[in-house]
Design a protein around this ligand. Structure first.
Ligand code: ATP
Ligand code: MG
Length: 235
C-alpha cells in the first residue's frame, strides 16, 4: 500500500462530553490518511477544539471508537497511549507553554521526552527557532514574550519532532501576514514529507489561498464529506 493510502486515524460514531455536561460532539465519523492535509472550520462553539482534544487523546470519548496509528485506543494501556501521543504534534489554541521554562526549553521538551541527545536537541531547536524568527528570544520565558511570539513557540514545539500527525488549533491567529505565510510554508513542507495535518481555522483567506479539503463542523457534528473551498469558485 502506498504510504499516502495508510489510514492513520479513524473515528466511528464518536460522542464526547465534558465531565457531567451534555454531549458536545455527536456521532463523529472521520478518517485521516497519512500525508493528508485538511482544514477544520465551523463557527465558535461548533466543537473544533473538542474534536482535536479527542484525537490527541487529551479528552476521553463517551461513546464510539478511535483507531489511531492502527491501534484501538480502548484496548491499550497508559504506556502505549503515551507512545501514540508522542507521534502527534499539537498546537493548542491557548498555547499551553510552560511558563517556568525558557522558550528554547519549551521547544526542546518533546525531543528530550524522546531521549534525543542534547547536542542534537541544541542543533534542531536553534535551527528551527532561528528559521521561525525566534532566534533572539530563546532564553526568555513565555510570560516575557508577545502573544504572537508565544504562538510561534507553541508551533515550534509541535513540529520539532516531525510528528506523523499535526493538530493545529488556529495556529496562525495571532501572527502577521508574513509570519503566517512562513508558517504555512513550514506546515506544507512537513506535509509533503509525510505528516498528516489537521488545521482548525476561522480564516477564509487561508481556505482561499491553500486549496486543501475542508472539514466543516456545526453544533458538534462533522458534516459528512469534505468541501473543496466554497470560496475557490469565486476567483
Ligand atoms: N472545558 C470545557 N468544559 C465544558 N464545556 C466546554 C469546555 N470546552 C468547551 N466546551 C463546550 O464545548 C462546545 C464546543 O467548544 P469548542 O471549544 O470545541 O468549540 P470551537 O469550535 O473550538 O470554538 P472556537 O472557534 O471558539 O475555538 C461549546 O459549547 C463549549 O461551550
Ligand atoms: Mg476552538
Amino acid at each position: 500500500m502506498a504510504p499516502q493510502e495508510t489510514v492513520i486515524l479513524r473515528l466511528r460514531s464518536v460522542g464526547m462530553r465534558y465531565a457531567a455536561g451534555s454531549e458536545v460532539l455527536h456521532d463523529i465519523d472521520l478518517t485521516l490518511k497519512a500525508a493528508s492535509f485538511h482544514f477544520l472550520v465551523g463557527p465558535s462553539g461548533a466543537g473544533k477544539t473538542s474534536l482535536l482534544r479527542v484525537i490527541s487523546l487529551s479528552a476521553p470519548i463517551s461513546r464510539g471508537s478511535i483507531t489511531l496509528f492502527g491501534r484501538d485506543i480502548a484496548r491499550i494501556d497508559e504506556i502505549e497511549r503515551a507512545r501514540l501521543r508522542r507521534r502527534i504534534g499539537v498546537v493548542f489554541q491557548d498555547f499551553r507553554l510552560l511558563d517556568h521554562l525558557t522558550a528554547f526549553d519549551n521547544v526542546a521538551l518533546p525531543l528530550r521526552i524522546n531521549r534525543v541527545e542534547e547536542e542534537t536537541v541544541a542543533r534542531l531547536v536553534s535551527d528551527l527557532m532561528g528559521w521561525i524568527g525566534l532566534g533572539d528570544l530563546t532564553e526568555l520565558p513565555p510570560p516575557r514574550l508577545s502573544t504572537g511570539e508565544c504562538q510561534l513557540v507553541a508551533i515550534a514545539r509541535a513540529v520539532i519532532t516531525r510528528p506523523r500527525l499535526l493538530l493545529a488549533d488556529e495556529p496562525l491567529s495571532n501572527l502577521d501576514t508574513r509570519r503566517a505565510e512562513r508558517l504555512m510554508y513550514l506546515f506544507t513542507a512537513l506535509n509533503r514529507q509525510g505528516t498528516a495535518v489537521l488545521l482548525a481555522t476561522h480564516s477564509n483567506d487561508l481556505l482561499q489561498r491553500y486549496r486543501f479539503p475542508v472539514l466543516e463542523m456545526t453544533e458538534g457534528r462533522l458534516n459528512s464529506g469534505t468541501l473543496s473551498c466554497p470560496l475557490a469558485a469565486a476567483d
